[in-house]
Design a protein around this ligand. Structure first.
Ligand code: PEP
Ligand code: MN
Length: 260
């Protein structure tokens, strides 16, 4: 890896008034996998704000394995997400899947998420590199550390250094968990890029009972925050219900990591 913009210098990313990375406190990003209705996302935003969340997440354009699964509410979902963020006074993050949606997402979302499946989509990385928007760059599920660093470099090379990395687990030979959460990547990526890095133990494990221990482990190894899927009624969620926490379960994680 010869030419690089992102080297070890500690960086922080500003999202409205919130600062992520550097020496700032851990950030809590939470919300449903998918925005399902106006009431669902507004209720979630208000409850999560009370619990202490800093950023609301919710997918409007969903990268589903099956074309027959719920694909997200699209533009309607973006409108509900923005409204929910305004009501709860929380910045919001949602995933960009298609370059043609970029201008639309920039109107509704404070952070643009690049999902695991698109970490290698270089034209998408170039397009978001030309914006100034904060980017949440998830690790590709089969991406090496070097490939992930270079994906971040693509964004930086095109002019945008407002990048937050997100370790979300990689594919391994083991199918007990949905993915294998690679926590060694946290200190490695911090050392290599200086960028803020958060961990997503929801996709990283796929198992509710592992979210608390892996959240604690993530912060212990230097993560700058956590992104966790939370749903008012996980059993009836339209996507990723089996790994989603309800408000009480999530609150217990925030409380346990907040004890210093
Ligand atoms: C998500 O955050 O809902 C998501 C689809 O994540 P990933 O891209 O990590 O699979
Ligand atoms: Mn999900």
């Amino acid at each position: 890896m010869d030419k690089r913009i992102l080297t070890g210098k500690k960086r922080e990313v500003k999202v409205k008034k919130l600062k992520i990375g550097g020496n700032n406190p851990s950030v809590f990003i939470a919300g449903p996998c998918s925005i399902e209705s106006k009431n669902q996302i507004i209720e979630t935003a208000i409850r999560l704000k009370e619990i202490g969340v800093n950023i609301l997440r919710g997918g409007a354009f969903k990268p589903r394995t099956s074309p027959y699964s719920f694909q997200g509410l699209g533009l309607e979902g973006l409108k509900y997400l923005k409204l929910a963020g305004e009501k709860a006074k929380l910045p919001v993050v949602t995933e960009l899947m298609d370059e043609s949606h970029l201008d639309m997402l920039l109107k509704y979302s404070d952070i643009i998420q690049i999902g695991s499946r698109n970490m290698h989509n270089y034209s998408l990385l170039k397009a978001i590199g030309k914006t100034k928007a904060p980017i949440l760059l998830k690790r590709g599920m089969c991406a090496t550390i070097k490939e992930w660093i270079m994906a971040a470099e693509y964004i930086a090379a095109y002019g945008n250094e407002n990048i937050i990395l997100c370790e979300r687990g990689i594919r391994s030979f083991d199918s007990y968990t949905r993915n294998t959460l690679d926590l060694a990547a946290v200190p490695i990526m911090k050392k290599e890029t200086g960028l803020p890095i958060i961990v997503d133990p929801s996709h990283g494990t796929g198992l509710k009972e592992l979210i608390k221990p892996m959240s604690l482990a993530s912060l212990a190894c230097g993560a700058d925050g956590l992104m966790i899927e939370v749903h008012p009624d996980p059993k009836n969620a339209l996507s990723d219900g089996e790994q989603s926490l309800n408000f009480e379960e999530y609150k217990s994680i925030v409380e346990s990591v907040n004890i210093d």
